[in-house]
Design a protein around this ligand. Sequence first.
Ligand code: MG
Length: 341
Amino acid sequence: MKLEHEVLRVHTKHAFTISRGSESEYRVVAVRVTDADGAQGWGEAAPSKFYGETADTIPAALGMFAPVLEHADAWALEDLEAELDHVIRGNAAAKAAVSAALHDLAGKRLGVPVYRLLGLNPARAPLSSFTIAIAGADEVRRKVREAASYPVLKIKLGSDHDEEILRVIREEAPNAIVRVDANAAWTPKHTLNMMDCLVAHRVEFVEQPLPPHDLEGLRFVRERSPLPIIADESCLVAADVARLAGVVDGINIKLAKCGGLREAVKMAAVARANGMLVMMGCMIETSLAITAAAHLAPLLDYADLDGAALLADDPYTGATINGGVIKLPDGPGLGVTRARR
Ligand code: MG
């Protein structure tokens, strides 16, 4: 198989601010594998600087994967994901792009969507949340009004006015299911101090209140928290899920953290075996990467797959999340088409 890539620039409708910073332009890397007979598969790398990847490191990693794919058996998906892991550590977004492209190719050859390849029932996909990034009270109000069709909101906290944000959310969306994500911005003490406010605003769960490596802090908080605690930045791959059993209530899987569809399925399995909740999230990414994740949605308790819905210029058409309802495409493979160049 031949491996090619293209760097794409995409833009969010609004500047996207979380506790670590603010951006409106994002570079993603579209990947294409082509087998000897011309059959193709597509995938996308959505790099995150926080996890050590950029649109410049992705092509370098892909260059290291190309020799592995050159004479590989395209059906040996399990072996291929393992071999990418042997070539270079980390670089999960680059690996996830290749994994998605290989699954796309396999599905296209069989004439079935990837969810069928994985034996999953699309009717089991939960609603996806829509993310409200950090902003001033007036802008938060405007964004919540724009998101009125979404019954589940994920609120980014870790600002200097978190309580005001929660108040505005509840004024504008009294009936929405509300989840919060502090993106590692809080201390254990502050997290527990926030609990009365979070409960009063009927928050469903708290995602990653503490820094990634503070597992003892997470355990301390979880033992005292009335709300479930979900690990995101603390949980990259399946081995992390095993470490987090008994420490948090659930995990947030992202393809760009774990490096592929098969590792994501393993994470869900390890979480289930430990009685943990399973969520899947995304980066800011196009419908190409979102659709790869969405094919796994039937495995989830909670989905947060709005990365493409936040974009003003998504070049692809694939899974949609209108009104939070995840609709998987019926086409073979990922079922993604490119809408424009
Ligand atoms: Mg998160």
